[in-house]
Design a protein around this ligand. Structure first.
Ligand SMILES: Nc1ncnc2c1ncn2[C@@H]1O[C@H](COP(=O)(O)OP(=O)(O)O)[C@@H](O)[C@H]1O
Ligand SMILES: [Mg+2]
Length: 242
């Protein structure tokens, strides 16, 4: 179980994350919603230890998160990869790092599910489209079956059909492998379909934390309500929420 307790992060002398607590159990998905600049990527970076927290505790199964236990799908797909390495090297890196054997059958299955032509993996990051790089990022996160995966807007560069297929693959693998997922998303339809719980982030604070069922039935915060209304008026949510 991921536990974040009173996490505070300061950057450039400003408090970007203010005393945030949350948890995600194995097999469960927490969706983090909130406007641009709310601190979502900072939260993800701090959970992984890429940014230093000024206070608070972060643990997985009661201990600090060890290398290899958590994977990240970064928000900027192409800058997520070493520009000098063919994608295949970067995508398989979690296996090398964990001294895990290659698993061609798994790679093939993931490529299929993510609609990645395996030949594409022999290209450099700038030789593929943003959408392809984003799917390669998801592939890298899934390849070594980590128990915790943090997704920072992982579907944003994909067309609607590919989004749907990618979401389906993530969800199927989660059911099979039981990883805990924290997913930053602007996609209310995705959150409604796949999240177990919702955290609404605003200006570094958690404005609202609820089960997905309760949130989509009746958000308790005005801001949560506004986010939901905007999504409903855009037709982004398929299932009835009223
Ligand atoms: N390295 C940094 N130094 C100073 N401020 C930063 C840094 N990184 C991000 N910020 C600021 O932190 C706030 C939250 O950014 P971010 O976590 O990227 O938001 P989100 O992912 O929700 O869009 C923004 O105001 C951003 O300008
Ligand atoms: Mg962000």
């Amino acid at each position: 179980m991921l536990n974040v307790n009173n996490l505070t992060v300061q950057l450039g002398g400003r408090e970007i994350i203010s005393s945030i607590s949350l948890s995600v159990a194995p097999g469960k998905t927490l969706a983090v919603l909130g406007e641009s600049g709310a601190g979502k990527s900072t939260l993800v970076g701090a959970i992984l230890g890429l940014l230093r927290a000024s206070s608070g505790q972060i643990s997985w199964a009661g201990k600090p998160i060890e290398r290899g236990k958590a994977a990240l799908v970064m928000q900027e797909p192409r800058s997520a990869f070493n520009p000098r390495l063919p994608l295949r090297r970067s995508v398989l890196e979690p296996l090398y790092a964990g001294k895990l054997p290659d698993d061609p059958a798994r790679l093939e299955r993931l490529c299929k599910g993510l609609e990645i032509d395996p030949n594409m993996l022999d290209r450099l990051p700038y030789q593929v489209s943003i959408g392809q790089a984003q799917r390669a990022g998801v592939l890298r996160a899934l390849i070594a079956s980590p128990p915790l995966i943090l997704f920072d807007e992982p579907l944003s560069a994909l067309d609607a059909v590919t989004q749907k297929h990618t979401a389906k693959l993530i969800s199927t693998l989660q059911q099979e492998e039981g990883f805990a997922a924290l997913i930053v998303t602007h996609d209310m339809g995705y959150a409604a379909a796949h999240a177990d719980s919702i955290a609404v982030l605003r200006s570094g604070h958690i404005e609202e934390m609820a089960t997905a069922e309760n949130f989509f039935r009746s958000p308790q915060s005005q801001y949560g309500q506004d986010l939901l209304n905007a999504a409903v008026s855009l037709g982004a949510i398929e299932r009835a929420v009223i």
